[in-house]
Design a protein around this ligand. Structure first.
Ligand code: FE2
Length: 205
């Protein structure tokens, strides 16, 4: 398949899954101003980890998972936390690429959209950003932590909403997780690791 077909399949599957979920739809409508843009591929180790993860399986969103996987070799894998105190192990295994936004095959002024992948037994430390955010689980499961809220174990089809600058964290246990993640404002400020995160005691054991 050509790059353009892979990206158009990705956009179509993303739109179908996003529109089928009432919580993502309520967060922000799927953008009406999408434009195709060129993107140069950027490979990271996490892409290989993702592509070889045999435990990911989605009942509701199999087409989206397949489209995300199919585009893995031609996308720009992000290294959001490069140069921070985050571990090399996290950098090697945490996967994220943008579907709508910077370094992505599509652009919109209305929302940003990413895929986020974590293999089993990985901890994504507390972080925050000005943008309001929603995670929708495509497959797998993880513990979602939000400051001021009880921990939740979320799986396929479930969502987590993060308010502006509300610290949040994620942890996988025996299952990996694949998510669709949307921002609806404050696109220019990237995520930052949250200082004094040790004060944010997990409530899930
Ligand atoms: Fe976030």
């Amino acid at each position: 398949m050509t790059q353009d077909i892979l990206f158009q399949n990705l956009l179509h599957a993303t739109q179908t899954a996003y529109r089928a979920n009432p919580e993502t739809q309520a967060f922000a409508g799927f953008p009406s101003d999408i434009e195709r843009q060129s993107v140069s591929s950027h490979h990271c180790n996490c892409s290989d980890v993702f592509q070889h993860d045999s435990k990911l399986a989605s009942a509701k969103y199999a087409d989206l998972q397949d489209a995300i996987l199919a585009a893995s070799d031609i996308v720009h894998w992000r290294e959001t936390y490069k140069g921070t105190e985050i571990s090399n192990d996290f950098m090697d295994r945490f996967g994220c690429y943008c579907i709508i936004g910077d370094d992505a095959p599509f652009m919109s002024e209305q929302i940003r959209l990413w895929m986020v992948y974590m293999p089993a037994h990985l901890y994504y430390p507390w972080h925050h950003h000005p943008a309001e955010e929603i995670y929708m689980v495509i497959s797998g499961s993880a513990i979602f932590r939000r400051k001021g809220c009880p921990d939740e174990v979320l799986s396929e089809g479930q969502t987590s909403f993060h308010k502006s600058n509300q610290p949040h964290a994620m942890e996988t246990r025996d299952d990996p997780i694949l998510c669709l993640v949307a921002w609806r404002d404050s696109f220019q400020a990237p995520p930052e690791l949250t200082e004094n995160a040790s004060l944010l005691t997990p409530t899930y054991t």
